[in-house]
Design a protein around this ligand. Structure first.
Ligand code: HEC
Length: 102
C-alpha cells in the first residue's frame, strides 16, 4: 500500500513537471522541405543515420561537384558506410534536387 502511494506521488510529480515544461518552453518549428525525388530512398537510408536533413538543406543550391565532394567527405572523413553505387545515386539525387544546374 505504501509503495503504491509513493509510486502514485512520484507519478504525479512527473506529470506536474511535464505540464510546467510545456507551458514555459517553446520549441521552434523548422519546416525543412525534403524533396521526394528519384533515389530519395537511398539518401534516406544512408544520409540520415548521423544527422538530420537540415545539413543538406542548409547548403542551398550547389553544383554537382560540390555534392559529390560532400558525399565523399561523409565516407572518407566520417566513415559513413556507403557503397560506391549508392554514393553515385545519392550524388545524382542531390545534383537533381538541390543543384544549381552546373
Ligand atoms: C557516419 C555519419 C554520417 C553519415 C552517414 C552522413 N554524414 Fe553528413 N555529416 C556527418 C558529420 C559528423 C558532419 C559534420 C557535423 C559538424 O561539423 O557539426 C556532417 C555534415 C554534413 C554536411 C554539412 C556540410 C559539411 O561539410 O560539414 C552535409 C551537407 C552532409 N553532412 C551531407 C551528408 C550526406 C549527403 C550524407 C549521405 C551521403 C551524409 N551526410 C551522411 C556525419 C555523417
Amino acid at each position: 500500500m505504501k509503495k503504491t502511494l509513493i509510486a502514485m506521488l512520484l507519478g504525479l510529480g512527473t506529470l506536474n513537471l511535464q505540464a510546467t515544461l510545456t507551458e514555459d518552453v517553446e520549441v521552434p518549428y523548422v519546416p525543412f522541405e525534403i524533396k521526394m525525388g528519384k533515389h530519395f530512398d537511398v539518401v534516406q537510408a544512408n544520409c540520415l543515420t548521423c544527422h538530420s536533413f537540415g545539413y543538406i538543406l542548409n547548403q542551398g543550391k550547389q553544383p554537382r561537384s560540390f555534392w559529390k565532394e560532400k558525399v565523399e567527405k561523409m565516407v572518407n572523413a566520417f566513415k559513413a558506410p556507403i557503397s560506391k553505387e549508392d554514393q553515385a545515386l545519392i550524388t545524382d539525387y542531390l545534383a537533381e534536387q538541390y543543384g544549381n544546374g552546373q
